[in-house]
Design a protein around this ligand. Structure first.
Ligand code: NAD
Length: 482
């Protein structure tokens, strides 16, 4: 594959220094290509291009910007298979998952915001003999920084509303998964999106990401990534009074109430735990089980986990591929070892079990899905984000204790509740300190709804009107007839 380039002011260019980084396929540990190792100089060039394009893009009527979103959706849809393939190469996730989730959602992000914008009514309030007209103006040049787990899905989730609201963009994808961001830049270039409206700068987080956050002319930062990085981003951006959206880590609870029918839901519980090798910020990594049902649920859950087919991501029947890198594999394995040190019992998977992969994949970052029982719910293994295929099981004695365990981490991103009684599930869900709770379902997304976390899972919400608000500044014009 050709070396990747930055996309600045409508041109594909190398980094100023000419330095590069290797892009590795984690399923084979082989090099795919290289990407620019950019610096603050490249970020500054991209920002200048974005600022130069700002006035014309702002002046483009919203109806035309909506049309742009629709055209981008069509163009990405035509590349559905290519997106899926690139995403699987970069992440090691199964090709079926890349098609169903990554490629599909990247298209629907653009379609959704185009349609949603058409449905908006002008905001007006009448009082005291005057009418208040609320106008939304673009923020200006915005910085979009995204992680490796859902590369194009999460980038387009930000790009679509940012363009819609008239902003120009400096984007930085994860250095581990640059391929589909490059495909997006190529697509926008083919569509002849005006030069400078969308700029892409590849590179390392502390270099390029940090330079984006520090740049005085980038007025808003939408960041998705880990909590510790989010803390650095917040510390840098706050004194500059930048608008900030932080979508961070999680340690989500999957709660079975005592009327849950395990045979009916076990496959969904496994999916909620191990989709994308547990590398979805919304995956449930702690399963809370009524003590009287613990043995039965643990046994059936483990059997369900053992049915998952692990292996070659390009095989249509594979359900779990590699984790993102050899380095991440080591981190996940160190958490399994920590779990054992903390008194946990590995019920399936674990470090000592080789993945059933061979040939070109023998060097890949594969790990069997791992379930650990017997840990205190306050242990590090059960409270820190592992972001891999590791789930802990915890018995509880009554709903108050289940709430205590569910809320007993510094995170508050997502959770799920499983019950035969939806009202009971709804009531329990409201006691969970998280941004989203699913009852009897998981990763069931309506893009109009607010998405984001509480506590150390983030600040702000994205989706529907919340994204439109983040990517705009409102002016209230209050008019009284003379
Ligand atoms: P990360 O924080 O290491 O990196 C995220 C992005 O930030 C990357 O592009 C990285 O290069 C960049 N970055 C790193 N240092 C930076 C700095 N100092 N300034 C600016 N940018 C910097 O996260 P990751 O390992 O890529 O992704 C995994 C994490 O993302 C997990 O914690 C996961 O829970 C979280 N995540 C959250 C959501 C959500 O919606 N809440 C969604 C997906 C992933």
């Amino acid at each position: 594959m050709q070396p990747l380039l930055n996309y600045i002011g409508g041109s594909f260019v190398p980094s100023n220094s000419g330095d590069t980084i290797e892009d590795i396929n984690p399923a084979t540990n082989q090099r795919i290509t290289t990407l620019p190792r950019s610096s603050s100089i490249d970020v500054d060039k991209a920002t200048q291009a974005a600022i130069g394009a700002g006035p014309a893009w702002k002046a483009t009527p919203i109806e035309e910007r909506i049309k742009w979103l629709e055209n981008i959706a069509d163009a990405l849809e035509a590349k559905h298979e290519e997106i899926a393939l690139l995403e699987t190469l970069d992440t090691g996730k199964p090709i079926s998952l890349s098609r169903r989730v990554d490629a599909a959602r990247s298209v629907s992000n653009f379609r959704f915001f185009a349609q949603y914008a058409k449905e908006q009514q002008p905001m007006q309030f009448e009082a005291n003999g005057a009418i208040n007209h609320i106008h939304r103006n673009p923020v200006g040049c915005v910085g979009l920084i995204t992680p490796w787990n859902l590369p194009l899905y999460l980038l387009t989730w930000k790009v679509a509303p940012a363009l819609l609201m008239g902003n120009t963009i400096v984007a930085k994808p994860s250095e581990m998964t640059p391929l589909t961001a490059n495909l997006l830049a190529e697509t926008l270039d083919e569509l002849k999106l005006p030069e400078g409206v969308f700029n892409l700068v590849h590179g390392l987080g502390p270099e390029v990401g940090q330079a984006i956050v520090e740049h005085p002319n980038i007025k808003a930062i939408s960041f998705t990534g880990g909590t510790s990085t989010g803390r650095t981003v917040a510390a840098t951006a706050a004194p500059m009074f930048k608008k900030l959206s932080l979508e961070l880590g999680g340690k989500n609870a999957t709660v079975l109430l005592d009327d849950a029918r395990i045979d009916d839901i076990v496959d969904e519980l496994v999916r909620a735990s191990f989709t994308n090798s547990g590398q979805v910020c919304l995956c449930g990594s702690r399963v809370l089980i009524p003590a009287k049902m613990y043995d039965e649920v643990a046994e059936k859950f483990v059997k369900g986990v053992e049915r998952l087919k692990l292996g070659d991501p390009m095989d249509e029947s594979t359900q779990m591929g590699a984790v993102i890198s050899a380095e991440h594999l080591s981190k996940v394995e160190s958490y399994i070892n920590l779990g054992i040190e903390e008194g946990g019992i590995v019920l399936t998977g674990g470090t000592s079990v080789n993945a059933s992969v061979s040939g070109v994949h023998a060097e890949g970052a594969f790990l069997r899905p791992t379930v650990i029982g017997g840990l205190k719910h306050t242990s590090r293994t059960a409270t820190e984000e592992i972001f891999g295929p590791v789930v802990t099981l915890h018995p509880y004695h009554d709903e108050d204790e289940a709430v205590l365990i569910a809320n007993g981490t510094e995170y508050g991103l997502a959770g799920s509740v499983w019950t035969s009684d939806v009202e009971r599930g709804h009531a329990f869900a409201q006691r969970m300190d998280t941004g989203i709770v699913w009852v009897n379902t998981w990763l069931n997304r309506d893009l109009r709804t607010p998405f984001g976390g509480v506590k150390q899972s983030g600040i702000g919400r994205e989706g529907g009107i919340w994204s439109m608000s983040f990517f705009s500044e409102m002016t209230n014009v209050c008019i009284k007839q003379p």
